[in-house]
Design a protein around this ligand. Structure first.
Ligand code: SAH
Length: 225
């Protein structure tokens, strides 16, 4: 398959307007300015990643329930994390928390080689089905496991995106980040104060910066909660 833009479902008229509003008001109207990120958010049909009763609300700037007590990330936050990672086609990225697969699709749409871990098998299987149907299947490898344990067989990664909030950056993920690489992750309390942090690895050391106050579901597992 040559590109993620082929084989997409046709977007119903009503959703098209809502999708435009998301791009103009909630993303470009705020601080999402990277044209490649905006193009990816324009290309990925978010309504395909939410349960049918929520389809009409798919382009609201809000998280939505996806089952197993989890949520699909708010479009602005997905775009913000994508932009923070300063991506370029061909980079190898590890995602922890596949969830619905929406963020996974954005990364694949941007030409990345994506490895994504999810602890709920049901979510991973549902995400796999949508990603395959939309033509992203051959850029994405999914695994059901505890993502705080990393993906040793595929290390190192140029970028790491953690989509659930933990108490600390899991040491294994820090180790699996390539030198010069970037990691983005929400850190903080369960249902309490959390901030999205960007860590850059240089000479084996992580240099960290807080970017945004956020609210994510907890990162569970050995090096999570
Ligand atoms: N970006 C996703 C949002 C995922 S929500 C989307 O757009 O749909 C966070 C996900 O992280 C949840 O699905 C949760 O099950 C998963 N998760 C939490 N702890 C995890 C762990 N240790 N390993 C793998 N997945 C984990």
């Amino acid at each position: 398959m040559s590109g993620g833009s082929e084989g997409k479902s046709v977007i119903p008229e009503e959703l098209a307007g809502r999708r435009r509003r998301m791009l103009e008001r909630d993303l470009a109207g705020r601080d999402i300015s990277d044209p490649a990120v905006l193009a990816a958010l324009a290309a990925v049909p978010r309504h395909e990643f939410v349960p049918p009763p929520f389809r009409l609300r798919a382009y609201d700037d809000a998280p939505l329930r996806i089952g197993c007590g989890q949520t699909i990330s708010q479009p602005y936050v997905a775009a913000f994390m994508t932009q923070a990672l300063r991506l370029a086609p061909g980079l190898k990225v590890l995602e922890i928390g596949t969830g619905s697969g929406y963020q996974t699709a954005i990364l694949a749409e941007m030409g990345l080689e994506v490895y994504s871990v999810e602890r709920h098998e049901d979510l991973s299987l549902a995400a796999e089905a949508v990603l395959d149907r939309l033509g992203y299947g051959d850029r994405v490898t999914l695994r059901v496991d505890d993502g705080t344990l990393g993906w040793p067989e595929e290390t190192p990664f140029d970028r790491i995106l953690v989509a659930a909030a933990g108490p600390r950056i899991p040491p294994i993920l820090a180790d699996e980040l390539a030198d010069g690489g970037l990691l983005v992750m929400p850190l903080g309390e369960i249902r309490g104060r959390q901030s999205l942090e960007l860590a850059e690895k240089r000479g084996g050391v992580l240099y960290r910066r807080r970017l945004l106050e956020v609210s994510f579901v907890p990162l569970l597992g050995r090096d999570g909660y």
